[in-house]
Design a protein around this ligand. Sequence first.
Ligand code: SF4
Length: 737
Amino acid sequence: ADDKGIKWGKAPCRYCGVGCCVLVGVKDGKIVATKGDPAGPVNKGLNCIKGYFLSKALYGKDRLTHPLIRKGNKMVKASWDEALNLIASKYKEAIAKTGPDSVAIYGSGQWTVFEGYTASKLFKGGIGTNNIEPNARLCMASAVAGFMSTFNSDEPMGCYDDLDLGDTYILWGANMAEAHPVLFSRLIDNKLKNKKVKIIDIATRKTRTTQMADEYIPMYPQGDLAAVNAIIHVILRDKLYDEAFVKQHVNFKRGTENQPYGLKDKENAKEEPKPLTFDEYKTLMKPMTPEWAEKLSGIPAKKIEQLAHIYGDKSRKVNSLWTMGVNQHVRGTWVNNLIYNIHLLTGKICKPGENPLSLTGQPSACGTAREVGTFSHRLPADMVVMNEAHRKKTAEIWGIDPKKISPKPGLHTVEMFRAIDRGELKCIWIQCTNPFQSMPNLSRYRKAAQARKAFIVVSDIYPTKSTEVADVILPSASWVEKEGVFGNTERRTQQWFKMVEPPGEAKEDTWQLIEFAKRIGHGGLFPYSQKNFYKEMWEEYRKFTVGTGKDLAPYETYFKVRGLRWPVKSNGQETRWRYTEVDDRYVKKGEGVKFYKGVGGKANVWFRPYEPPAESPDKEYPFWYCTGRLLEHWHTATMTGRVPELRRAMPGATLEIHPEDAARLGIKNRDKVKVSSRRGSLVLTAEINGRGKPEKGNVFTTFFDETKLINDLCIDAFDPISKEPDFKKCAVKIEKA
Ligand code: SF4
């Protein structure tokens, strides 16, 4: 303890995918302070405003402290036994009557590795259904599909060091200053030290990121799909590519175009790749000229030419950065592929200071949702349920019959909630997330839940829009009220210990799941001892990773360090850059770069054409509607909303409108405006010339405010490959309320 009697422990921040290292101060059994960890390599002692107020996020007056069970319209206090027995009986009844695929669990990129692993093992290896999804389907699924289709291995080759070492940063629809603030400060630090550093912000809206950028390039929604293709066209036309790199490291492929966008229930699509030669690829790319892209993206042809020449400039270390602007897109996978294409063609990849970097949103979207494999088609360490050898390996480690794991992918998120509406899904358990505020086309799913079409269990720390529709509410332990591991954007695995007791009868989600497992006959899946529970579970999970290029270290290794980036080498050293002899032990000296997970040690350059959005503005609904985040609140604000300072700083959602659009409609700043789409409408306060400034014809709002269910308006069309819905664009009209 320090001289004030405060004991400090290390942990990753509870909120975003940056994964800042924090120090947590505990006194008298309570968190009294947090601070940026000066020993933390991610953030070098800094936090953003959310991080600085972390200590208050767990102490809202309305913490859930005991289980609640629905009796008619009331939620009444129950014991853990009553609640868990009820859940077990409902799940058993549904499984007996309609089979294991009539039940599900919906988790989170905020699940710790232990929580995600327990849920996955129970549902996939015990109950025998792949109906398990993380909310990461709503944010990172297109990034996963992009990595897997291009490199046959998930997660980036680069890391945060690239923010310090590069000199050119091209941001594709990413407001880093608000969504990844500490990383943005690292970028600005580089800019202050190095005059050559250039930041180019390509977006549909001016933001705080724009204020610090060297250049802002406005773009139409879906314009990235055309613009990136045209950049590639110029790179090919002007021979800006690295011929030797391409020859050695790249396969060319085309996919199946014209797949549906998932607008109807149960629409699905298969990716059937066809090989191409480099010449065939060049021919396919010929029509995608800058002039063609100008019409579709709004980016002047000349600017596209300039961007191509920046990417192709051998004297520049060019990095691309993106997040939800690219991923939450009916062609999110394609845009991920296309950005990789640029870097693969120019050879600006797997080099210190020169990489594409897909930024994540949640603290363990990588560590849990992706690495543990809590998606409905995935198993740990990039394996999938459709592959017999992968099921066999998983069953061996789990000590079960391989036949127990179904080869059929489960319902992905949108289909999971549609299945509730269709009456096909009888039971769903939601942990650590708030889908009845965050789903697109929200009112369809809220109505289905309110009609009690499924038995709904919600584990959380506070009442939310999801607990409102639950049949059972379970109080959860949060963050440092339990031991855990998170994995961040740059493959960094961070461990922390329990530091304080959860309030009342609140319990960890892992405990909840295992107690439930015991009641439905699957308790044997979790044979870990009380004393070494986490270590034993970790060592079992780690077996999936060793020797695969995703190697995790023994559990104790993480106790003292501020995380390690995998693959961790046998000497305990982390890997900063993958696929390169510079740092990756899977690449031999003399091999240079090797995409060792890909066919023939190569990565794929995909032909990905342009397609129009699922819905575009028209006479009736003439505006684009875009949704996103802001600095003060995180996701649906279930935690940040309880921090008085953050609440005061940003009390509610507004609708950002371009001044000329507002003037034309007679709307003044702070006027109430009604915004409507084909799916719903709501009233918001107009914000003109505020923090964010959308381009003409666009409006923007944020999804944190539970009094304004802005996702009612969003379309639930999804990327046919990644199944990620498009939160970034649909058509709306606005009128003075
Ligand atoms: Fe860092 Fe993100 Fe936490 Fe802010 S919210 S302190 S950027 S991890």
